[in-house]
Design a protein around this ligand. Structure first.
Ligand code: 13P
Length: 254
């Protein structure tokens, strides 16, 4: 039985004061949440403050990106060691916004994920097709290529420590959600690719989140699918009560 994991990706939103407020509100309801892994991913500037708010609770801290090197002359970048220093346990890698606007390729994502694993950070590796690719019937091909490239050569321990997030690009921030059946189909495909690159145990154990316009109203049905193990939440994670309701929906399936 895989434990659901719900992560809030706050993207480039919230000042430190706003982030503290949001984390405090979420903490009031979810501090002791046991059945679902709850992760907050504020921007870098608020990691420390949010980490302080959730310290000693069941809620974990995650970052939204990192560099592939542990340290060095990379002006403006943040290293995985710095994230560990702030008690981050997770890091989102290869989000479609990073692939689209910052040129991240599967090779870069793979390099980052391997460094994250070496430093005991759980990578949340994002994959997903664009609307054009879906319309052209290329969804499976695109997602398979991303999974093979981004998650190459992790080794069994590395795969088991990783989370995959399937986020169809056309569903992100658009209000369009993949139907539960559409999402389930791709999640099952991802599991079959995992089986091919690793083994059955890994394929059955790795948690695969769905992301893309998840809201309190559609979360239960999505999370009820056999291969969907929670969600990566954008817009709805910026509102405490919406995020809490989404976590509670995941709890129902646990
Ligand atoms: P939305 O929930 O705003 O569609 O964003 C999803 C996402 O990109 C999470 O990483």
């Amino acid at each position: 039985m895989r434990k659901p994991i719900v992560a809030g990706n706050w993207k480039m939103n919230k000042t430190v004061a706003e982030a503290i407020d949001l984390a405090e509100s979420i903490k009031r309801d979810l501090a002791a949440c046991q059945k679902v892994d709850v992760v907050l991913c504020p921007p870098f500037t608020a990691l420390s403050a949010v980490g302080n708010v959730i310290s000693g609770t069941q809620i974990d801290l995650g970052a939204q990106n990192m560099h592939w090197e542990k340290s060095g002359a990379y002006t403006g970048e943040i290293s995985p060691e710095m994230l560990r220093d702030l008690f981050c346990h997770y890091v989102i890698l290869g989000h479609s916004e990073r692939r689209q606007y910052f040129g991240e390729t599967d090779e870069i994502v793979n390099r980052k994920a391997k460094t994250a694993l070496a430093l005991n950070l759980h990578p949340i590796v994002c994959v997903g097709e664009t609307l054009e690719e879906r319309k052209a019937g290329r969804t499976n091909e695109v997602v398979e290529k991303q999974v093979r490239g981004s998650l190459a050569d992790f080794g069994a321990r590395g795969w088991l420590e990783s989370i995959i997030a399937y986020e169809p690009v056309w569903a992100i921030g658009t209000g369009l959600t993949a139907s539960p059946a559409q999402a389930q189909e791709v999640h099952a495909l991802i599991r079959s690719v995992l089986q091919d690159i690793s083994d059955e145990h890994v394929a059955k154990s790795v948690r695969i989140q769905y992301g893309g316009s998840v809201k309190p109203g559609n979360a239960a049905e999505l999370f009820g699918q056999p291969d969907i193990d929670g969600g990566l939440i954008g817009g709805a994670a910026l509102d405490a009560s919406s995020f809490i309701d989404i976590v509670l929906a995941a709890q129902e399936t646990a």
